[in-house]
Design a protein around this ligand. Structure first.
Ligand code: S3P
Length: 438
């Protein structure tokens, strides 16, 4: 464990570029690894989670190479031709790699065992085991439907129509990816729209995928067995990583920062909407499209924030950004109420309980509910910070970075018990923070 104390920061200034989007990076390696031919990926996030996906795809037969200039070259194993991995697939901390790859294996006649770190080994896999079992795959999970978990894929698998019981892009993607190698039409019904990177990128790789609507629900169909054709992918910057700097610049007086190349897919950009509703000064510059995704540079200047009731309908488009939103709310004027957050309890950590404890330890006033958090803001007055005991991050990168941001406006600094998990999604976080606060 590497502890670190984050202390009161001068204004954040200048320009910085956040690394590639984690969700898009996982998918680019997986789909290129299934396509016939050579795909080149630029802007790939080289965080531990994505490297776990690369390692797993190599074990399944894809040829993946990193060039000196940071371009990743992938020669696909070919859908339907996956190799059986000889050793367990170690997915580290990454729920996305695990659930999406379970979908991939489910419709191939191979077996594999998934393992992960202590955080991932506590996370629920039944949400994918259930639909993938309906398709014909079999699973031997640890008690409570967790890792280690053995998967035995089925070929041919059976196409299903599956209505998502939880708003989860990972579950949606697992079923669609299983559908790629399943003869017939696999359908996923989404009562609430979640991030649509799988749909966008699979279409780019040549899959026959249709998106419709029925009684207000999104209906996605995929035709198998598909042939994916290699293509080049440019990965836009990750809005979930940008969020730490959007909040930090909003709450540190005098800040004026440009965060470049931020992906603003509407299924991901909820944090920008909510921060603006709280009074944040965020300007979208140079709007453009990168790799089939909307992107802009965001100029964010310090602005006093006001607490709001966050609309639960916006939760799926900012599900990973609540920890840092809680920090913004802790410095805002008045009360912020967040509800509809039950999914936060099954992320890399229980993000409601862990943030409630961490913010309280840093001097904020919060009240925890089963499905949310109420935060009583200081009105801009810095938090006291921690004294003696570091805050506990429970192997959760986003807790570590959120509490780092809290430390930047604190009187005594915030000590974070372990900054190592930051490398799962944002290896250059500390360096960029240092550069912006110089
Ligand atoms: C992800 C989906 C989200 C998100 C995760 C990445 C993805 O999870 O929390 O960090 O890439 O599909 P759920 O869709 O399961 O909520």
């Amino acid at each position: 464990m590497t502890s670190h104390t984050f202390t009161s920061s001068p204004p954040l200034k200048g320009r910085l570029t956040v690394p590639g989007d984690k969700s898009i990076s996982h998918r680019s390696l997986m789909f290129a690894g299934l396509a016939v031919g050579e795909s080149r990926i630029t802007g790939l996030l080289e965080g531990e989670d994505v490297l776990a996906t690369a390692a797993a795809m190599r074990k399944l037969g894809a040829d993946i190479e990193r060039l000196g200039d940071g371009t990743w070259v992938v020669y696909g194993a070919g859908l339907g031709s996956l190799l059986e991995p000889r050793t367990a697939l170690d997915m580290g901390n990454s729920g996305t790699s695990t659930r999406l790859m379970m979908g991939l294996l489910a419709s191939h006649a191979v077996s594999a065992t998934f393992v992960g770190d202590a955080s991932l080994s506590g996370r629920p896999m039944n949400r994918v085991i259930e639909p993938l079992s309906q398709m014909g795959a079999s699973f031997e999970a640890s008690s409570g439907g967790t890792l280690p978990c053995m998967v035995r894929g089925a070929f041919p698998a059976v196409p299903i129509t599956y209505r998502l019981p939880v708003a989860s892009a990972q579950v949606k993607s697992a079923v669609l990816i299983a559908g790629l190698n399943t003869p017939g039409i696999t359908t996923v019904i989404e009562p609430v729209a979640t991030r649509d990177h799988t749909e966008r990128m699979l279409t780019g790789f040549g899959a026959q995928l249709e998106i419709g609507e029925d009684k207000g629900e999104r209906v996605i169909t995929i035709h198998g067995e598909a042939d994916l054709t290699a293509m080049d992918v440019t990965v836009p910057g990750d809005p979930s990583s940008a969020a730490f700097f959007l909040v930090a610049a909003s709450i540190i007086p005098g800040s004026d920062l440009v965060v470049e190349n931020v992906g603003l897919n509407p299924t991901r950009a909820g944090i920008v909407t909510v921060l603006k509703q709280m009074g944040a000064d965020i300007e979208e510059l140079n709007a453009r499209e990168v790799g089939g995704e909307p992107v802009a540079d965001l100029r964010v200047r310090y602005a006093p924030l006001t607490g709001i009731d966050v609309d639960p309908a916006i939760v799926p488009s900012m599900v990973d950004e609540f920890p840092v939103l809680f920090v913004a709310a802790a410095l805002a004027k008045g009360t912020t109420r967040c509800t509809g957050l039950e999914e936060l309890r099954v992320k890399e950590s229980d993000r409601i309980a862990v943030m409630a404890a961490a913010l309280t330890a840093a001097g904020a006033r919060v009240e925890e509910q089963e499905d949310g958090l109420t935060i009583y803001g200081t009105g801009g007055e810095p938090l006291n910070g921690t004294s003696g005991e570091p805050v506990k991050t429970h192997l959760d990168h986003r807790i570590a970075m959120s509490m780092a941001v809290a430390g930047l406006t604190s009187k005594n600094g915030v000590e974070v018990d372990d900054t190592a998990p930051i490398a799962t999604s944002f290896p250059s976080f500390m360096e960029l923070l240092e550069g912006a606060s110089r």
